[in-house]
Design a protein. Structure first.
Length: 200
């Protein structure tokens, strides 16, 4: 029997570089990290693989699973009508296998998971300031003005919840950010956190 694994959350505003950090963390950190694959009702984009990028399921199946409490967290992306969620079974199977299961999810989902699983190690990643976030969003050249304004508005709201996370990390240089997060994870879960989780 493998020792039970740990649940790790990484979230923060769009444009903070979370996906790059997660990819490098999985590639370089020696811990048994595995990325939890989310479920979604949206159609696959070119090159995306079912079960690897997302679990692509129908709206009907998603709602059926939602009613059966199959998700640790889920939400509908307004304006698009598609749902995204973290499957409880995917996470639990990874934990039982001794994996450090990594969730790259938004703030709303993160807070929901932290409430349910108090022993979760959580990281809020941001670029340092709203001005820097705007600079990065514009540099990507993939957004129109309306989209940038919407993302900045959401980011400003998300930043107000950073104190709810165990660690707040300013992502100025990816390798430094990844090294810092990996070092924190190597220290393990503080005993006080485990004790508090055991009382819930």
């Amino acid at each position: 029997m493998a020792e039970p694994g740990h649940l790790v959350i990484l979230s923060g505003p769009s444009g903070a570089g979370k996906t790059t950090v997660v990819r490098e963390l999985l590639r370089t950190c020696p811990l048994p990290l595995t990325l939890s694959v989310s479920a979604t009702t949206r159609a696959p984009r070119p090159g995306e693989v079912d079960g690897q990028d997302y679990h692509f399921i129908s709206h009907a199946e998603f709602q059926q699973r939602r009613q059966a409490n199959a998700f640790l967290e889920c939400k509908e992306v307004f304006g698009r009508g598609d749902w995204y969620g973290t499957l409880r079974q995917t996470v639990d199977e990874g934990l039982v296998a001794g994996k450090w299961v990594l969730l790259e999810i938004d703030v709303q989902g993160a807070l929901s998971v932290i409430e349910q699983r108090p022993a979760t190690i959580s990281f809020f990643v941001h670029p340092g300031s709203m001005a820097e976030l705007e600079r990065r969003l514009r540099l990507r050249a993939t957004e129109n003005e309306q989209s940038i304004a919407r993302r900045l508005h959401v980011a400003a709201e998300e930043m107000t919840f950073s104190h709810r996370y165990d660690h707040v990390v300013v992502n100025q240089e990816v390798s430094q950010t990844v090294n810092h997060i990996c070092q924190v994870l190597k220290q393990g879960i503080p005993q006080e956190k485990l004790h508090n989780a055991g009382r819930t």
